[in-house]
Write a new protein. Structure first.
Length: 591
């Protein structure tokens, strides 16, 4: 039993103190709605100080009450009395409180009638328990469960839920929609080279571009990693393709981060409902198939087609294996000797990637290199090949074998700032100048962006690295590009060399390239020398170097050393030796 003093004043004061310590708003009102008492917490919840027993400040005017679903409660002068009479006591009714400044608070409302000695209703005692912080915490948890923490975009869970809702609407009304799936090109290289912080920033800056491109037409979600999904409401094929084109332009814009500029492209797969699926799993799968088709064709975006399913599944499986092989050491390099015709010595080797598949045997580069390019893996492949070739060259030098090494680079790598930065870091670790390293690029690839290719080559040239224009003579390049790029070597296209000396057109092209090399003081290396007649013809016309199966196929490192030590290497025919430029050593006299 509560013990107090006998003084009513003291008892009332004590009660007021107790009520002021309650972690809730407590107050009373009369039957006309006049506030007769409130504790301190009531003032905080209401957002104002009411005037007690003042007809100008009735209970209903102190704040507005709403049910949790947004329906307003009654606000006439004796709404509480009527509510209590009609509904009985309030016990934990969730309500919203609108304060005078418009801010909303959430609370649990408790109200009980106050009766006089005769049992007549004379007012109400009320308690409001403020649950705003709890509600906000619950909302944050709900948001985190359905949104990506990095980009703020909806996550896979919310996208799937939205797809299910769209499917229900499509079933009820026939309303169509499109599902787009995309991932970012070259993102892995950026992430690995510049760190996850830079990769995260690329994702953060890509997210608003996607949202702006889509606008209010649909939902943009991050599915994980660099993969995004987009649901376009009410979209047919033309609308989806127009949206994809807008997205491609938005993502293609360079992204500046900390003084660097990153070019991050994307490929988009499109699946339509109901044509390509009537459930979320099927639509996602078919959009994924279409995305890989877009990567292979380099078209930017592709619509799902049934005949792509089987081929895409097989290709996707092979691509995943290739990705794992690059990452886990499943590839190897073979080296093809390059013979200097003036000294009749092997002075260099070309490093060529090989994939010894554990089940399918040796997969030819003509199969997996195009796959790497189509799947956006060429930069990873090139970076691995460069690192492995440099490691092998260091080992040879320690063993007393001084061979220059040529490494092929794709155009995508040369145009990728992240790749250039990562490759340059490898070169910085190499001791001394790197005149024994040559980077080869295709003649056709240079035409994609000669200025940016030159910028990359200038960076490598600062470390002494040499540059070669591969497949020269295919008819794509020009003297202007040669002057701009300042390459050190031209590699005569194998399709031209194989026609020598019988084909007059091939002979004419070869003689023109050899003359161009002499006039520009460039080394000319003939690739694809497969028979002695071609070797004789090239030697007689002053070709500097040759490589091909007549000399040797590409060999594993140990087999190459054994071959170099053997006496079975092909030599030049005696009748041609007097035509060689024996007084010139291209390896030492050309810069």
């Amino acid at each position: 039993m509560l013990h107090t003093t006998d003084s009513p004043r003291h008892s009332l004061a004590f009660l007021v103190q107790v009520l002021d310590t309650l972690p809730a708003a407590a107050y009373t009102c009369d039957v006309d709605g006049l506030i007769t008492y409130c504790n301190r917490n009531a003032i905080d919840v209401w957002g104002r100080v009411p005037r007690i027993n003042d007809s100008s400040d009735r209970y209903c005017g102190s704040y507005k009450l709403f049910f949790a679903d947004g329906r307003p409660m009654r606000h006439d002068e004796c709404w509480m009395a009527r509510a209590l009479i009609e509904r009985g006591p309030f016990n934990g009714q969730e309500v919203l409180i609108e304060q005078p400044d418009g801010r909303l608070r959430s609370a649990l409302a408790h109200a009980n009638p106050m009766l006089d000695e005769d049992g007549r209703f004379v007012g109400a005692s009320n308690v409001l328990v403020d649950i705003t912080d709890r509600k906000q915490f619950e909302e944050r948890l709900a948001y985190q469960a359905t949104h990506d923490a990095l980009t703020g975009l909806p996550n896979r869970s919310l996208l799937l839920r939205t797809i299910e809702q769209a499917l229900e609407e499509a079933g009820a009304t026939g309303r169509r929609f499109a599902l787009l799936l995309l991932d970012l090109d070259r993102f892995k290289v950026i992430n690995d080279t510049f760190g996850h912080g830079c990769g995260d920033e690329v994702l953060r800056r890509t997210a608003p571009r996607l949202k702006h491109a889509v606008g209010d037409r649909g939902l943009v979600a991050r599915l994980g990693g660099d993969e995004f999904g987009i649901l376009l409401s009410g979209a047919d094929r033309p609308a989806a393709e127009r949206a994809a084109a807008t997205i491609l332009r938005a993502v293609a814009r360079p992204i500046p981060i900390d003084g660097r500029t990153f070019d991050v492209g994307t490929s988009i797969g499109i699946a339509l409902c109901p044509e390509h699926g009537r459930d979320a799993a099927t639509l996602l799968q078919h959009a994924d198939v279409a995305m890989y088709a877009a990567k292979r064709s380099r078209s930017g975006a592709a619509l799902y087609a049934d005949d792509r399913q089987e081929a895409t599944s097989s290709r996707a499986s092979t691509a995943a294996e290739l990705r794992a092989a690059i990452r886990g050491g499943g590839l190897t390099l073979h080296y093809q000797p390059i013979l200097d015709l003036a000294t009749r010595k092997v002075v260099a080797v070309e490093a060529l990637a090989r994939w010894p598949h554990p089940e399918r045997g040796l997969i030819p580069p003509g199969e997996f290199v195009p796959l790497a390019e189509a799947e956006g893996l060429s930069t990873r492949l090139d970076l691995w090949a460069l690192g492995e070739a440099l490691r092998r060259r260091r080992g040879w030098r320690r063993q007393g074998l001084d061979l220059a090494v040529s490494v092929n680079l794709s155009t995508a790598s040369l145009l990728d700032e992240a790749f250039v930065e990562a490759a340059f870091r490898l070169l910085v670790e190499e001791p001394g100048p790197l005149g024994g390293l040559t980077l080869e690029m295709s003649e056709r690839g240079v035409l994609e962006d000669p200025a940016r290719v030159k910028t990359a080559l200038d960076r490598f040239r600062s470390r002494g690295v040499r540059a070669a224009l591969d497949d020269f003579g295919s008819g794509s390049s020009s003297l202007a590009h040669l002057k701009q790029l300042r390459v050190d070597e031209l590699k005569l296209d194998p399709t031209v060399v194989r026609g020598l000396p019988a084909s007059r057109p091939d002979a004419g092209i070869a003689e023109a390239v050899l003359g161009l090399g002499r006039s520009l003081d460039l080394i000319v290396t003939a690739e694809g020398v497969e028979h002695p007649e071609a070797l004789d013809w090239l030697a007689a016309r002053g070709c500097d170097r040759v490589q091909g199966f007549h000399l040797s196929p590409p060999r594993p490192p140990d087999e190459l050393r054994a071959w170099l030590a053997s006496p079975t290497q092909p030599s030049l025919p005696p009748r041609r030796r007097d035509l060689l430029r024996a007084d010139r050593d291209p390896a030492s006299s050309r810069g």
